[in-house]
Design a protein around this ligand. Structure first.
Ligand code: MG
Length: 360
């Protein structure tokens, strides 16, 4: 079975509430969709968001990378040669990890459909259940408390609180949220590079002293400040999760060897897809470093690929796959079921998504 065509479409879905981090604000998902077709009539689907402030990828760059570099390199290749396809995908253009991720997941979707198995079973089997957190955007303290209470009411038992914009005020934010939601809800904190190393140690230390029971702190300092992150990791008890500092398997090796963080956040848009993400899983398994499966501001299609990888691999012990929970509606049919914080993977072949708008 040969890859015969790669087509592109675009999807826009409004968000329930604007997505605000220390890096950006967005009020809709506006992503590129990909359909990889074969000469035997099978098709697989992928998606890529333009997260310019993190990956550098834009709607235009994703489209051009696929149309001008990736599609001409892969069309004609045999689907059974998955290793050959993935190595050519990695080498046909540098960087452009979001474009690569969209095509990579569409090919994995196809591959699993060809084998007539759900993708998580092809990737390792693990479990068909995943529990995700929900992101609470940076806002006024009262709005964040209100959003947190609403999330708990909607069935989320884990919240990821975005901070990093106002230094010490973040301590008040988290205290007020903990007070409001009670002790049964898990709280994660994501500074999105918003603190410097000493500020981070001071804030995280204060959260510890107040007994706020924070499960982990994500990317406290700038992506390139590995020394700074190492300092934070060494001077706090709360586990530190590397996000923007880890794109590639090589980055994961550096972070682990330097002991710059305790945990690694894998996102398909940073790795360039599942094939490279599996390498990070293997490195993490060797060193016994647990991972989180994360996503950008994405709709259900690409988040489903992350959910399948998360379910497949035991080393991925945490999930931050809340894209579908942030969207106002679900434009797809089939695939994993997202219900509050619970994700149940499909038992149908591939990603299981049967209707993808834009390719009729
Ligand atoms: Mg993050």
């Amino acid at each position: 079975m040969k890859i015969s065509n790669i087509r592109i479409s675009r999807i826009q879905i409004p968000l329930v509430t604007p997505f605000k981090t220390s890096l950006r604000t967005a009020d809709q998902v506006d992503d590129i969709l990909v359909r990889v077709e074969t000469d035997e009539g099978l098709a697989g689907y992928g998606e890529a968001p333009p997260t310019a402030v993190i990956t550098g990828d834009t709607l235009g760059s994703i489209t051009h990378a696929i149309e001008a570099f990736i599609a001409p390199s892969l069309i004609g290749m045999d689907l059974l040669n998955l290793d050959g396809i993935m190595n050519r995908l990695a080498s046909c253009i540098q960087k452009n990890t979001s474009a690569k991720a969209a095509v990579d997941m569409a090919i994995y979707d196809l591959y699993a459909r060809m084998l007539n198995l759900p993708l998580y079973q092809v990737l390792g089997g693990g479990s068909d259940r995943v529990e995700t957190d929900l992101t609470i955007s940076v806002d006024t303290v009262s709005k964040m408390v209100e959003d947190s209470l609403k999330a708990v009411e909607n069935g989320f038992g884990i919240l990821k609180v975005k901070v990093g914009k106002e230094g010490l005020k973040d301590i008040e934010r988290i205290s007020r949220i903990r007070e409001a939601v009670g002790s049964a809800v898990k709280l994660r904190v994501d500074a999105n590079q918003g603190w410097n190393a000493k500020e981070a140690v001071r804030i995280i230390g204060a959260l510890e002293d107040k007994g706020l029971d924070i499960e982990l702190v994500e990317q406290p300092v700038s992506a390139h400040d590995l020394e700074g992150m190492k300092f934070v990791t060494a001077h706090t008890y709360t586990p530190v999760l590397a996000d923007e500092s880890v794109f590639s398997p090589e980055d994961a090796i550096t972070i682990i060897k330097e002991r710059a963080a305790d945990l690694i956040n894998i996102k398909l848009m940073k790795t360039g897809g599942i094939y490279q993400a599996l390498k990070i899983c293997q490195i993490a398994e060797i060193y016994g470093v647990e991972c989180m499966m994360g996503c950008m501001l994405e709709s259900k299609l690409s988040v489903s690929a992350g959910a399948h990888l998360c379910g497949a691999k035991g080393i991925i012990t945490r999930a931050d796959l809340d894209g579908p929970g942030l969207c106002r509606y679900d434009p797809y049919q089939g695939g994993p079921v997202f219900e509050g914080g619970k994700i149940t993977l499909n038992h149908t072949p591939g990603l299981g998504i049967s209707h993808v708008p834009g390719f009729e």
